[in-house]
Ligand binder design. Structure first.
Ligand code: OFO
Length: 165
């Protein structure tokens, strides 16, 4: 049986994942409006990943017979000056997610909740990957500055672009 504090924090995290999903969907829509089709589909795929992160938490709470509230989430359209700014925001967002997950891990440990501590390890590894991914795209965009040609190439391959020497 899960302790009340853990139920509350996992529910909060579930809603945070939902909110992250919707933020990425709005970022994807911004990219679409600017003609960055590659970044738009990358961020839309990320929206789906965040929904899966939410789903994992839902499954875990269901496994423990915990009822939970899914909040109404309002995420306004994203406004940005550049693709670099979008990926800076996304990277900062992932850093905040990591902080939240780490806090949860330490609380699960303090409360001697081995099951939740174990469950959260998947999120710890996932956050490491996500921070690394968003940081690398953010860094590539910083590197190329406002060069339109390079921008288009990063847009086509946000994960794999290497600046020609
Ligand atoms: Fe992108 O992070 Fe969920 O957890």
């Amino acid at each position: 049986m899960l302790q009340d504090k853990i139920k509350e924090l996992l529910t909060e995290q579930l809603n945070l994942e939902f909110s992250s999903a919707n933020l990425y969907l709005q970022m994807s829509a911004w990219c679409c409006r600017q003609g960055f089709d590659g970044a738009a589909s990358f961020l839309k795929a990320h929206f789906q990943e965040e929904i899966q992160h939410m789903q994992r938490l839902v499954d875990y709470l269901n496994d423990h017979d915990v009822s939970f509230t899914i909040k109404d989430i309002t995420v306004a359209p994203v406004e940005s000056k550049s693709l670099a700014e979008i990926f800076e925001q996304a990277y900062q967002h992932e850093c905040c997610n990591t902080k939240k997950i780490n806090e949860l891990v330490w609380i699960a440990m303090d409360l001697k909740d081995a099951s939740t501590f174990h469950f959260l390890q998947w999120y710890v590894a996932e956050q490491r990957e996500e921070e690394k991914l968003f940081k690398s795209i953010r860094d590539k965009l910083k590197l190329i500055g406002e060069s339109n040609l390079d921008l288009l190439q990063v847009d086509q391959n946000p994960k794999t672009y290497v600046k020609p020497s």
